[in-house]
Structure formats: C-alpha cells, structure tokens
Design a protein around this ligand. Structure first.
Ligand SMILES: NC(=O)c1ccc[n+]([C@@H]2O[C@H](COP(=O)([O-])OP(=O)(O)OC[C@H]3O[C@@H](n4cnc5c(N)ncnc54)[C@H](O)[C@@H]3O)[C@@H](O)[C@H]2O)c1
Length: 334
C-alpha cells in the first residue's frame, strides 16, 4: 500500500477529460452550471467528452476562458489549485535523428513536432506561420523553424537545405479542408488550392527529400490522409479526392522504396481538436452528410494523433510499410 493518490482518486484538474469531470459528483455539478450559463444541454458534450477541459477552453474562441477554467478547478478542490499529474518521462526514440514536420505551427503538426522534440529529435518545423513556430514548446531535441509555403518550389528547397545532409523522417502534415463543398459547388480555385497543399505540396517535399534517404538507404515518411481517404461521407469533394490521392502516394512510395530501406505510411485521423476550419459552407452537403456525421466517434486531441504519427516514424514501426493507419476512435470500423 502507498500514500500516493491513484489516478482514480487524484484531484480533478484542467488536464482531466470531460468524461472524468462528469463521473465526479462535484465535477459534474460544475459542468452542469457551466452549460446552464451557456444555455446548452448536456448533449453538446457527447462529441467532446474525451477532450481535457483545457483543450475545450482552447477551442472555445474565448467563450470558456482560462480564468473560468481555473475557477472550475478551484470549485471542486475546496478553493485550491492542485498540481497536475506529471506526464510519464519521454523516451529518446528520436535522439540523433532529423525529422521534417510540415504544419508544425498548429494542431496535429504542432503536437507531432513537440512530441519529437520531447523525445530528443532535431525537428525541421515548417509552417506558413512564423509566430506559431516560435511558440513551439522546446524539448530535449533541437527546433529548426522554417517559415515556408509547401506549394512554392523555392520554399521546398529552403526546407531541405535547413535539414542538411541527413533526413531520417518526414511527416507531411500541413493540409486544409474544403468547407465540405460538394462537387457542383466547387470552383476551380477551391479545387486547385486544396490539391496544391494536400497533394502537390506533399508530393514536392517528398520528392525533394527522397534522394537523401535513398543515399542513406533508410528513412520513414508519414503522410496525413484522413477518414475522407476511406469513405465518401466525411468531407467535400475536393478534400475527399485529395486525401484519396495521399493514399496513392503512400502505397506507391511503399512499393517503390521499401527495398531501399525507406518506409512510407499514412495516418488517417478521425475528428481531432485543432485549428482546422471544419465547418460546412454548403447547405446541400450539410443536409446530405448530417446522418453520417451523427455516427462519428468523439473528438480526440492532437496529442493522440502525434502518438500515432511518431510511432509510424519510429523504429517501433520497423515492419510497417504502405499502411494507412486509421487513428479515429473506431470510425473506420463502422
Ligand atoms: N483536425 C481533424 O479533425 C483532421 C481530420 C482528418 C485529417 N486531418 C488532417 O491533418 C492535417 C493537420 O490538420 P490540423 O487539423 O492539425 O489543422 P491545423 O489547421 O490546426 O494545422 C494545419 C497547419 O498547416 C499549415 N499550412 C497550411 N497550408 C500550408 C502551406 N501551404 N505550407 C505550409 N504550412 C501550411 C497551417 O498554417 C497550419 O498551421 C491536415 O492534413 C488535415 O487534413 C485533420
């Protein structure tokens, strides 16, 4: 026996999920009051119950402030603000390794870059947002920020140059959505923009990195697919087609370069709490897709996706090549 509190009876904090808050008598009362104040019923929590309270605040666009969260935590802890449980110590899977991560200023890309840094990696962190890159949490590794647009040839060259001669991993994570726009409402501009980032940018950076990996006879590439790579009911037409193309890049790369020691896989995220604009711009699509969306599992955190992506990047996934790993809470099993 030990005096250490178990996870089960540890005090509630902002890092705990909505599920844990709801299973705690005082926590569930505090959440109930919050919903009442926002004029919302308990069913709004169905899709977000796996998220930590803090992530909810980050996503709320100011409706749930840090001060409100602190007040909630104090309310369930007799006015105290308890220390949060420390995360397990990071391993060093990426010590001595250089990994390029695109989309590193936000969401899944940021969480992946931070996880690689925590595990000792040298991370070439690429994004349009200089400010977002500057805010990356440092770790045991080294951050090399590169403000760049993956749709521009000269920027691709700068990214590879910043990486240097050795590139052990490439995580193509930058991507945009399409407002759930159906084909007949998709103009050329939207189609080309979505393809230029999600497909051509991914292709161009991979093409630029491959010679280094071929020379080293090793490397791990992870593309970012989507549930929209696996079905027709998860997004609009341009996004769905672009993410199906990412699967093509993955399988072709796996076959061509597997014998040279280079693995190519993709992760297919389900709903994930990030900065991506995932709303409907089309009433037509909203009506048609609503019944499918009602079946989607709860939203997860970007950190969960970072776990899947870094696993694929790491030697732990040594025997995995050409796979599209659905990291989606079970959506793809439906
Ligand atoms: N969030 C989800 O629910 C979800 C689900 C399935 C797939 N995905 C995929 O995951 C990936 C990451 O998305 P996220 O949800 O973290 O989004 P996000 O918007 O939070 O982050 C995307 C990042 O990519 C950057 N970016 C966009 N265009 C770029 C360009 N041309 N050059 C360089 N950087 C660029 C943005 O500045 C942003 O920082 C995307 O490929 C997306 O399609 C996300």
């Amino acid at each position: 026996m030990t005096d250490q509190p178990t996870t089960h009876d540890a005090p509630l904090t902002a890092g705990d999920t909505i599920d844990r808050w709801l299973s705690h008598p005082e926590g569930s009362a505090v959440i109930g009051r919050l919903l009442e104040g926002m004029d919302q019923g308990p069913d709004v929590l169905d899709r977000i119950r796996r998220l930590p309270l803090r992530t909810l605040a980050e996503m709320s666009q100011g409706r749930l402030t840090d001060a409100m969260v602190e007040e909630m935590v104090r309310a369930v802890n007799g006015g105290e603000l308890p220390a949060e449980q420390e995360a397990a110590p990071a391993s060093a899977r990426f010590a001595g390794r250089t990994v390029i991560v695109t989309g590193a200023a936000s969401g899944i890309g940021r969480a992946t870059a931070e996880r690689l840094l925590a595990e000792g990696g040298r991370v070439i962190a690429v994004d349009l947002s200089e400010e977002g890159l500057a805010a990356l949490r440092p770790g045991a590794g080294e951050t090399v920020p590169v403000t760049a647009d993956i749709t521009r040839e000269e920027d691709i060259a700068r990214i590879v140059e910043a990486a240097g001669e050795r590139v052990d991993g490439l995580a193509n994570i930058a991507g945009i959505m399409d407002g759930m726009t159906p084909l007949h409402e998709t103009d050329d501009q939207l189609w080309e923009r979505v393809f230029s980032i999600n497909v051509t940018g991914t292709f161009a950076l991979t093409r630029a990195v491959l010679p280094r990996m071929l020379e080293a006879r090793r490397g791990s590439i992870v593309h970012t697919a989507s549930e929209a790579s696996l079905r027709g009911s998860a997004a609009g037409t341009a996004y769905t087609a672009s993410k199906h193309a990412v699967v093509g890049l993955t399988r072709s790369g796996a076959v061509l370069y597997g014998p040279h020691g280079i693995r190519t896989n993709a992760v297919a995220p389900g709903p994930t709490a990030t900065g991506i604009e995932g709303g409907f711009r089309s009433e037509f699509a909203q009506q048609r897709l609503a019944p499918f969306f009602a079946q989607i599992p709860p939203v997860t955190t970007a950190q969960t996706l970072a776990s899947s992506i870094t696993w694929l990047l790491s030697d732990d996934a040594e025997n995995i090549n050409g796979q599209v790993l659905a990291s989606d809470g079970g959506w793809s099993a439906q």
